[in-house]
Design a protein. Structure first.
Length: 201
């Protein structure tokens, strides 16, 4: 059901170009499940390395995502913690809480750039009445980096990256690097849940 909603949303938005990207970016930060990355990636790949096009795609995805997150912030502020607990997964809530608790202002930025659904981050920020300026700044920085990396890597080096996919040494080196980074990151990511469970005992 969820995948069907995402597919239908992306199919609709794809036919509207940048307008569709703006709509998906803003609404995803409030309530709908389709991430704007599903539009950003194919759009930058089709930009043919145009700096203007890539910048425009990244800019629109970032600005409208942060703009929409203000709606998510308002939902969390007025609906409160029960709304977050009803619609966000317990593990997601645990990670957000521990990011804010352990890392303070930096945790806001980590949450904005992490795999945590941006709407859940916005709901949590609103329900906790986070400083709105800090919330917006973290969103601009985090989302800008996330979409910016997609734009730079795939927009400027998309063809070279595609060619590397056929090189066995690329997969060998990539596997080694992925393993080296994955285990410590995965341990840290899971510790955000363990810490919450321990603290409640």
């Amino acid at each position: 059901m969820l995948s069907q909603i995402i597919d239908a949303t992306i199919d609709w938005a794809d036919s509207w170009g940048l307008i569709g990207l703006a709509v998906v970016s803003s609404t995803e930060a409030m309530f709908q499940p389709a991430p704007p990355d599903l539009l950003v990636i194919p759009m930058v790949l089709n930009s043919h390395g145009s700096v203007t096009e890539i910048f425009t795609i990244v800019f629109i995805a970032t600005i409208f995502s942060v703009f929409g997150s203000l709606g998510g912030y308002a939902i969390g502020m007025y609906a409160g913690r029960p709304f977050l607990e009803k619609f966000a997964k317990p593990n997601t809530i645990s990670r957000i809480d521990n990011l804010f608790l352990k890392y303070g202002s930096i945790g806001v930025f980590i949450a904005a750039i992490s795999p945590i659904p941006y709407k859940a981050f916005a709901w949590a920020a609103g329900s906790g009445k986070m400083n709105i300026r800090l919330f917006v700044f973290a969103g601009l920085l985090g989302r800008g980096i996330r979409f910016g990396l997609e734009g730079i890597v795939l927009g400027f080096y998309g063809e070279e990256f595609s060619d590397l996919m056929y090189n066995p040494f690329f997969w060998l080196l990539g596997g080694i690097l992925a393993t080296a980074f994955f285990f410590p990151l995965n341990t840290w990511w899971n510790s955000l849940i363990i810490s919450d469970n321990n603290s409640s005992e």
